[in-house]
Design a protein around this ligand. Structure first.
Ligand code: HEC
Ligand code: HEC
Length: 289
């Protein structure tokens, strides 16, 4: 009787111990994937702060949506949108980070998704879109953020939830954002591109790709391939971008409505025209304006 009870206890211990060890193994492997290092060389970034740079930097920061995730004073906040994927990220206090990192380190973090310690950010931070941002725009954004009062906001790394460990077992952990980027692709400098189509390409690739993706890699579910713009007259396109009201005045997803109302009101008329010219250039035979 006692020996049988003892055997049961041993068996129970073995089972519980195995489960604990397996859980620890899965956790450590998933954690080491999240802490993988990337060797991306630092590129120098010149900060040439002429008059008007801060104002232009603010406009670009708003258009690119940094406030949407990092908070109204860029003081940092928790970002739960990826929770279903097993990660809760912290979009951290940028007012302190731009003071702590060198400009080249900020630029590499934003454009390559690789922090000074070599680890990658999570894809909640849309570095795959910002990769395309020019040095001039990047420098203006840094100058602007540095001009903001320093906050005592939220910092800290993302938390992995148990469902994240499970997703690692299933091979479904969200990829590190650095894995979504071609780190050697040429980056267009808008200053060198005279034509409206090229200017539009630059704006589209560094702004709209945040949700609409590129090469068919859609980011926010429901956001269409932007070749849909071929169906838009210029007047309808301008109204959509400025107000979030699409053709046919349907109610559309709040991501697009909010981006239009709070961010794209700051695009100039020439920029919207350039976007329109670029999207139409993608569709052979698109109707003339
Ligand atoms: C859609 C939400 C979103 C937008 C838009 C966004 N960020 Fe982030 N950002 C995040 C999240 C979430 C993190 C943290 C990711 C992580 O911990 O892996 C982050 C991390 C960062 C970091 C790294 C900080 C560190 O700990 O080293 C910097 C720098 C940064 N963002 C700057 C910017 C700038 C500048 C913009 C605008 C051009 C911007 N972000 C727009 C969500 C966003
Ligand atoms: C924050 C995410 C986000 C950003 C950034 C964004 N969009 Fe969208 N957009 C969406 C979503 C989501 C939809 C789908 C809305 C729906 O059909 O409910 C959409 C829809 C559209 C549509 C189709 C409207 C229709 O008639 O169905 C166009 C055109 C468009 N976006 C253009 C742009 C352009 C141009 C930019 C860059 C200047 C941009 N979007 C940036 C999320 C975004």
């Amino acid at each position: 009787m006692t020996t049988q009870k003892n055997r049961l206890e041993v068996l129970l211990l073995v089972v519980v111990g195995t489960i604990l060890l397996l859980t620890l193994y899965v956790y450590l492997r998933a954690d080491s994937e999240l802490n993988r290092k990337y060797d991306i060389p630092l590129a120098p970034l010149d900060i040439v702060a002429g008059s008007g740079t801060v104002a232009e930097g603010e406009r670009l920061t708003r258009i690119r949506g940094c406030f949407w995730c990092h908070g109204a004073s860029l003081e940092g906040q928790k970002y739960f949108a990826e929770a279903g994927k097993g990660i809760i990220a912290v979009a951290p206090d940028l007012t302190r980070i731009v003071r702590r990192y060198t400009p080249a380190e900020v630029a590499r973090t934003v454009r390559h998704g690789v922090k000074p310690d070599g680890t990658s950010l999570q894809p909640a931070m849309p570095s795959f879109a910002y990769y395309n941002m020019s040095d001039t725009d990047m420098a203006a954004i840094i100058t602007y953020i540095k001009s903001l009062p320093e906050q005592n906001g939220l910092e800290g790394r993302f938390e992995m939830l148990p469902i994240g460990w499970l997703r690692w077992v299933l091979g479904q952990l969200p990829p590190n954002v650095a894995d979504l980027i071609d780190h050697t692709a040429p980056r267009p400098d808008p200053a060198l591109t005279g034509s409206a189509v090229e200017r539009g390409r630059y704006l589209a690739e560094s702004i709209c790709t945040e949700c609409h993706g590129d090469n068919g890699r859609i980011r926010v579910p429901g956001s269409p391939n932007l070749e849909i713009t071929a169906a838009y007259s210029k007047t309808d396109f301008i109204r959509l971008i400025r107000t979030g009201v699409p053709m046919g005045e349907r109610n559309i997803d709040y991501h697009m409505v909010d981006a239009s109302k709070y961010r794209y009101t700051l695009l100039t008329e020439a920029e919207i025209n350039a976007l329109y010219a670029y999207f139409r250039s993608l569709v052979p035979g698109a109707l003339a304006e």
